[in-house]
Write a protein that binds this ligand. Structure first.
Ligand code: V47
Length: 384
């Protein structure tokens, strides 16, 4: 990003000063009665300094749906490339193929990488990358085909709505045709990244070249109508206000009412290192992390699962989040790169044993799931 453009970026997060004067009694009644919350309720929950009441309400909703069950999967993240010409201000990816630290793996290299730590326990590859300036649509099909051929039983959760939109444009065809070809090549579902914050004011500051929030939702709707399950995310902790967070959540809820194909919602805590925001703001704070999980659980009454993504939250916050509305942790991951590039400290992966212990220590029951939450293995005891 050019220095003059960097200078224009906001120097601080908007001040978030929760207050003890916010009255939550009407919201408590609504949650207990199972009534839908609105924009005003969502903002009040964020404004309240009473984190424990907000968390307790979210926990009530979480336990109504799932009891103590806490989901995880045995997966591996794969990023075929970190070269991306979009140049989002929020991201630590590089825009030039020749920049130091970049990679662009061939389909064979993706298979080789996946094989390196593969065990028969792995049920999912989570595949996302940048929008590579030189790759054509067939490269993406070949990556899927090569992985499916080498690992026929592994679910391929690949490509965000941003990538799907780009692939359709690369192939000069409709989203529907693109999805059909990707599915034929092995695509099983899509991850939830790239949604950022839908509000145009924020989008312009953190991801001005990326598809708009409206387009992200439209592509998700098309996936759902085509029978493809997807996830949804919200990147928080940069320049967005409480109102803009709540607007994002309510737009996801409205989309879910319409198309019903989201499995899980994942709040993503912004990491500024190696992005143009480095030096302007630090990582998010624990109070805000827990509040976002809790308010998401309370507003997204039509989403089954809220994920505490341990990579971005750290293991400690993710564990506490299991009592603040979250019921899922993502998985073993093995080789996480997006957050580490932006200063993440939680590590590259966890063993199944570590995840299960971590859930049991929170007083919850670990349940291994597949990607679409249709197969489960409950574990009373942790195991290797
Ligand atoms: O799309 C990019 C975000 C996303 C930064 O669907 C950043 O199950 C924080 O979407 N700081 C990728 N976040 C991760 C993602 C995801 C993760 C886990 C599970 C699932 C799922 C999806 O990370 C990107 C972008 O929104 N991101 N840069 C950053 N500096």
């Amino acid at each position: 990003m050019a220095r003059k453009d960097r200078e224009k970026l906001p120097r601080h997060r908007p001040a978030k000063r929760p207050s003890s004067d916010v009255d939550l009694s009407r919201i408590q009644e609504k949650v207990r009665a199972g009534e839908r919350l609105d924009l005003q309720d969502g903002v009040a929950l964020f404004q309240s300094a009473d984190l424990l009441t907000v968390g307790q309400l979210a926990n009530l909703v979480r336990e109504r749906r799932h009891g103590d069950r806490t989901f995880y999967n045995v997966n591996r993240h794969l990023n075929p490339t970190n070269v991306c010409f979009v140049g989002c201000e929020l991201c630590a990816y590089q825009d030039k193929v020749t920049a130091p630290g970049t990679w662009s793996y061939s389909p064979e290299q993706c298979v080789e990488l996946a094989r390196r730590d593969y065990t028969e326990d792995v049920t999912e590859f989570h595949i996302v990358g940048g929008l590579h300036p030189h790759w054509k649509f067939p490269v993406y099909l070949e990556i899927l085909r090569a992985l499916k051929e080498a690992f026929p039983t592994v679910h391929l959760k690949a490509f965000t709505m941003v990538e799907i939109d780009w692939l359709a444009r690369l192939a000069d065809q409709s989203i529907e045709e693109t999805l059909d070809q990707l599915t034929e090549a092995g695509l099983d579902s899509c991850p939830g990244g790239g949604a950022e914050i839908f509000a145009p004011r924020v989008h312009e500051i953190i991801a001005h070249n990326k598809i708009t929030g409206d387009r992200w939702l439209e592509v998700a709707g098309i996936c759902h109508r085509r029978g493809l399950r997807t996830n949804a995310t919200m990147l928080y902790g940069h320049v967005e206000t409480y109102e803009e967070r709540v607007d994002h959540l309510l737009r996801l809820r409205a989309q879910q009412d319409q198309s019903g194909g989201f499995d899980c919602f994942i709040p993503l805590a912004f990491h500024p290192e190696n992005t143009p925001f480095e030096g302007r703001m630090g990582p998010t704070d624990g109070i805000d992390d827990l509040k976002v999980i809790a308010v998401s659980r309370l507003l997204l009454d039509n989403f089954d699962h809220i994920k505490a993504y341990w990579v971005m939250l750290t293991q400690k916050i993710a564990q506490v989040a299991l009592r603040f509305g979250a019921d899922d942790l993502d998985g073993t991951i093995v080789d996480e790169r997006i957050t580490r590039a932006a200063g993440g400290v939680a590590g590259k992966g966890m063993t199944r044993r570590q995840i299960e212990d971590f859930i049991l220590e929170a007083g919850r029951t670990p349940v291994e799931r597949n990607t679409t939450y249709t197969e489960f293995h409950a574990r009373a005891e942790s195991r290797a």
